[in-house]
Design a binder for this molecule. Structure first.
Ligand SMILES: *[C@@H]1O[C@H](CO)[C@@H](O)[C@H](O)[C@H]1NC(C)=O
Ligand SMILES: *[C@@H]1O[C@H](CO)[C@@H](O)[C@H](O)[C@H]1NC(C)=O
Ligand SMILES: *[C@@H]1O[C@H](CO)[C@@H](O)[C@H](O)[C@H]1NC(C)=O
Ligand SMILES: *[C@@H]1O[C@H](CO)[C@@H](O)[C@H](O)[C@H]1NC(C)=O
Ligand SMILES: *[C@@H]1O[C@H](CO)[C@@H](O)[C@H](O)[C@H]1NC(C)=O
Ligand SMILES: *[C@@H]1O[C@H](CO)[C@@H](O)[C@H](O)[C@H]1NC(C)=O
Ligand SMILES: *[C@@H]1O[C@H](CO)[C@@H](O)[C@H](O)[C@H]1NC(C)=O
Ligand SMILES: *[C@@H]1O[C@H](CO)[C@@H](O)[C@H](O)[C@H]1NC(C)=O
Ligand SMILES: *[C@@H]1O[C@H](CO)[C@@H](O)[C@H](O)[C@H]1NC(C)=O
Ligand SMILES: *[C@@H]1O[C@H](CO)[C@@H](O)[C@H](O)[C@H]1NC(C)=O
Ligand SMILES: *[C@@H]1O[C@H](CO)[C@@H](O)[C@H](O)[C@H]1NC(C)=O
Length: 312
């Protein structure tokens, strides 16, 4: 009896020993999650070459990284969930180690002086919901593999130096509510794959080098409120599906090479319209009388076309 109890104990403690040994040797290779986060943040810090407000002095060993300026953590696991570093005049590049912050949901680096490319390692952030990098000097292309961040609902990359096309793959980000890429040097067009973004509320790509005609992708975008494509080289006619977007409050395609006539029912089609920008194109025909039915309209720009008639 005694022996039979003893044998399994020995047996299991040996297994335990082996297990412990194995674990021990693994610890050297695989860090605990919070340590990975701490190291990633320190790597991010080393790539920031100028910090005129000195906010990153708080990123030091005397306090836990969850207390560092602009860092938020989840309450339970003490893993980094947000980076909030807007408007701090930070210069340098965004470290690829950002991709190691695997619990990250929010990246706000708006209005700084970050340069170089958007690190493609962002694709590793499977929980990322909100990516805002506007108003920096980021160059290179929009990483195609951003499409791996399937939880993304906001992507704002405006006011940078980005080139290349808007990746077709972004059309697979089915939760996307807002995409803004204004004031870059993007070419190509709004991808046709965006017809799949059925929750989209905001699409803006003003002041780029987009060309070709606006794709007819607006058929089922019942939530679209903001559509702004000013200052490109878009040609052709406004696709008819746009005039089905009764939710639009801003519709602006000023300063392009669009032609065609405006539908007579324009003001009725857009009952919530507050901002209508059609100026500096090649529209012809008469100014729709129904504009007076858009009772919330506060901004109307239709000059520099070949339109005739009176503004009602
Ligand atoms: C990381 O997690 C381990 C185990 O959960 C814990 O002992 C340690 O204090 C944590 N370190 C930090 C910096 O949060
Ligand atoms: C570390 O951060 C704390 C908290 O912000 C700050 O008070 C302290 O001066 C910092 N230490 C160093 C050496 O910069
Ligand atoms: C922030 O950057 C701007 C533009 O580069 C510069 O004019 C301004 O002086 C900077 N502010 C600080 C506090 O460094
Ligand atoms: C962190 O990210 C870098 C760059 O992507 C990678 O080389 C490194 O192995 C990662 N480190 C950890 C601990 O995951
Ligand atoms: C962008 O940066 C410029 C210059 O630093 C600043 O004047 C402007 O307010 C910023 N805009 C936004 C939206 O952050
Ligand atoms: C990006 O995704 C494509 C497939 O969608 C893959 O072929 C490519 O290797 C990925 N790039 C990186 C850097 O992971
Ligand atoms: C934008 O790209 C075009 C070519 O694609 C180039 O000719 C132009 O100089 C670029 N503009 C800026 C501001 O970088
Ligand atoms: C929309 O999504 C479906 C299902 O994922 C896919 O088969 C289709 O090709 C997509 N359409 C476009 C235009 O990308
Ligand atoms: C858009 O511009 C590029 C280069 O400027 C040109 O090759 C392409 O044919 C244009 N596409 C359309 C649809 O006009
Ligand atoms: C506008 O919507 C109506 C009803 O949903 C639909 O029958 C029609 O085909 C749509 N027109 C366009 C141009 O998408
Ligand atoms: C549009 O406005 C006109 C005159 O202001 C009015 O007679 C007409 O009933 C309105 N139409 C709709 C659909 O509201």
């Amino acid at each position: 009896m005694k022996l039979s109890k003893f044998i399994p104990t020995v047996f299991f403690s040996c297994i335990f020993c082996l297990h412990a040994l194995f674990l021990h040797s693994c610890v050297g290779l695989r860090l605990s999650g919070n340590e990975t986060d701490r190291l990633a943040l320190l790597e991010i810090k080393t790539r920031i070459t100028d910090d005129p407000f000195g906010v990153l002095t708080s990123w030091n060993e005397t306090n836990h990284f969850c207390q560092w300026h602009g860092v938020t953590c989840g309450r339970r696991h003490q893993r980094v969930t947000g980076l909030y570093l807007n408007s701090l005049n930070l210069s340098g590049s965004i470290s690829p180690h950002v991709g190691n912050l695997s619990f990250l949901r929010v990246i706000h680096l708006v209005d700084n002086r970050f340069s170089h490319e958007i690190p493609p390692e962002i694709r590793l952030l499977r929980r990322l919901r909100d990516l805002q990098l506007a108003n920096n000097s980021l160059s290179g292309e929009i990483p195609t593999n951003l499409s791996a961040c399937s939880q993304l609902h906001t992507v704002d990359l405006g006011y940078n130096l980005l080139v290349g096309r808007i990746p077709d793959e972004l059309g697979t980000l089915s939760k996307l509510l807002k995409i803004a890429v204004d004031n870059n040097n993007l070419t190509g067009n709004v991808p046709y794959s965006f017809s799949n973004l059925s929750y989209l509320e905001w699409l803006s790509a003003t002041f780029n080098n987009l060309n070709g005609s606006i794709p007819d992708i607006f058929g089922e975008k019942t939530n679209l409120r903001y559509l702004s494509l000013d200052g490109n080289r878009l040609s052709g006619m406004i696709p008819p599906s746009i005039f089905n977007l009764s939710s639009l409050s801003l519709f602006s395609v000023s300063i392009n090479k669009l032609h065609g006539t405006l539908p007579a029912n324009l003001g009725i089609a857009f009952p919530s319209l507050e901002y209508l920008g059609l100026n500096t194109n090649q529209f012809t025909g008469s100014i729709p009388v129904s504009i007076s039915n858009a009772s919330n309209l506060v901004h109307l720009a239709i000059s520099e076309n070949q339109l005739h008639g009176k503004v009602p």
